[in-house]
Design a binder for this molecule. Structure first.
Ligand code: ADP
Length: 495
């Protein structure tokens, strides 16, 4: 009995500290809009970097011709080609090829890496269309999605600030990325030019806008999370005199870094933030610990030192928050028997597994039992306790989804599409709401039903039914690749 009460106590405490009432979410919305403003006012003015992308024209469906894109940003890289019809947002053809990046190239020289990329692209180009050899004389336009921190110089060029995700090619840092690629393309005899160098959210926005001209922002919620949106150039105070033909520019928010005191924070988040592998020092555990290799997770632990908002929302972390709660329950009572050493391994409970427990609808909660046993080394958990674990998953995911919704509403508020008349205020009844679309991508939103439902529900709660009717979240697929090719098209001198 006492044990049970203590475990329920841990859950109640979690629920309280994860509370996301509409009132609190609205505070987060306001904080997001204010931070966006601060990040646009001066370099370093906010944790939100609000990076200029120099993308001023989004594809609108009138693009025509064949365009290529390269998507480099993880263990796989992709080469793709699209054929555009020129009217009515029609993508006539689409080919994609995925390849893993050989491990040794990730730490080699920039020449080696780009030679490999260029060679793959050459093979792909040569097999254009029906497989017949085609002339390589005509210059092709290429979109390049390069998902690493880049200081953008123009829409088609930028300097690599640093590598992440296991890449470490020292001679590349500080160099202009598109130029390095183009040199490699020339070495391969490819007549291609990078006309758009972008990150993945910008690609998503481009794809969203191609199909729906009311698209003003894009959000990715996958392993990590980020957003970008279309801003008026005169609101980009830190870059005065910025002129674009459209009077607007896409801003890459890097919203994973967002921070506000209104974010509902738990001790588990604080531990995760501190990069501490475990909430409490746990000296005693079984003697098989050496069997579990935590090396692959070390980079995630290091990464976890960096971000704020992202750690409450994205797929990289949600499972680990749940693991920390279960560990606390196990430490505070012996409800699961002696503390399982697997429970001490950071990131051992990956988010898709956590989602599978959350969405287990079998009467006996079989999947919950299986995952607790097989992954966390806690066998034979009674049904009553399994239900409690499902509740833990629910609390963590609900908070994540609702905060993501507040982030989206923050963007809408900043650009005056939340029905309130923007930061300066204004009466709701005075404002005629324009239809507004937000492109959204990422495994958490597309594959985790409960997450998606909580996010949608919270957005309606925040905006109110009436305004929410005018806001659509539209799932795009492969925006990081297709979007880059579309941007190559819209920024091409040929289209
Ligand atoms: P990435 O962000 O890694 O480029 P995705 O957008 O496909 O790729 O997102 C993958 C992430 O989404 C995974 O790391 C995982 O955290 C999360 N995810 C994928 N499928 C599910 C699922 N069914 N339930 C919960 N989370 C999922």
């Amino acid at each position: 009995k006492r044990k049970w009460r203590r475990v329920v106590g841990v859950l109640r405490e979690l629920e309280e500290s994860c509370e996301t009432t509409v009132g609190r979410l609205k505070q987060v919305v306001d904080a997001m809009a204010v931070e966006m403003h601060a990040g646009l006012a001066s370099e370093g003015g906010s944790k939100l970097k609000m990076l200029l992308t120099f993308v001023d024209k989004l594809p609108n469906g009138s693009e025509k011709g064949t365009y290529y894109a390269l998507d480099l940003g993880g263990t796989n890289f992709r080469v793709l080609r699209i054929q555009l019809g020129g009217t009515g947002s029609s993508i006539l053809g689409y080919d994609v090829e995925r390849q893993p990046i050989p491990q040794e190239l990730m730490t080699s020289t920039s020449e080696d890496l780009f030679n490999f990329v260029a060679l793959s692209l050459k093979d792909f180009v040569e097999r254009e269309g029906d497989g017949t050899e085609i002339s390589l004389d005509r210059r092709r336009d290429l979109g390049f999605t390069f998902s690493f921190p880049v200081k953008q110089i123009s829409v088609s060029s930028g300097i690599l600030i640093k590598w992440t995700k296991g890449f470490a090619i020292r001679d590349m840092v500080g160099k202009e990325v598109a130029g390095c690629l183009e040199q490699a393309l020339t070495r391969q005899g490819l007549n291609m030019r990078v006309t758009a160098l972008v990150n993945d959210t910008v690609g998503t926005l481009a794809l969203g806008h191609y199909h729906d001209a009311d698209t003003v922002a894009a959000v990715i919620i996958g392993t990590g999370t980020n957003a970008c949106y279309l801003e008026r150039t005169d609101a980009i105070i830190k870059c005065q005199g910025l002129l674009t033909t459209t009077g607007a520019m896409v801003i890459n928010m890097e919203w994973g870094n967002f921070w506000s005191s209104h974010l509902p924070r738990t001790t588990y988040d604080i531990d995760l933030d501190a990069g501490s592998p475990n909430p409490n020092d746990q000296v005693f555990c079984c003697s098989f610990c050496f069997l579990i290799d935590i090396t692959p997770w070390k980079s995630h632990i290091i990464k976890s030192l960096l971000q704020g908002f992202e750690k409450m929302i994205s797929g990289m972390y949600l499972g680990d928050i749940v693991r920390r709660v279960i560990l606390r329950m196990s430490q505070e009572t012996d409800i699961f028997g002696p503390v399982s050493c697997r429970l001490l391994v950071p990131f051992i409970l990956r988010t898709p597994l956590m989602a599978a427990m959350h969405e287990d609808d079998s009467p006996e909660l079989k999947e919950v039992g299986r995952i607790l046993g097989e992954i966390l080394g806690i066998p034979d958990v009674p049904l009553k306790v399994r239900k409690l674990i499902v509740k833990v998953c629910d609390v963590v995911t609900r908070r994540a989804a609702r905060l993501a919704a507040a982030g989206i509403a923050g963007i809408l508020k900043k650009i005056g599409r939340d029905g309130s008349g923007g930061l300066t205020g204004g009466r709701r009844s005075d404002v005629k709401m324009k239809r507004t679309a937000v492109a959204i991508e990422g495994g958490l939103y597309t594959s985790y039903t409960m997450f998606r439902e909580y996010l949608n529900e919270a957005l309606t709660e925040i905006l109110g039914e009436e305004v929410a009717q005018h806001v659509v979240l539209k799932v795009t697929e492969d925006g990081s690749g297709i979007g880059a090719a579309l941007l190559a098209a819209s920024h091409s001198s040929q289209s």
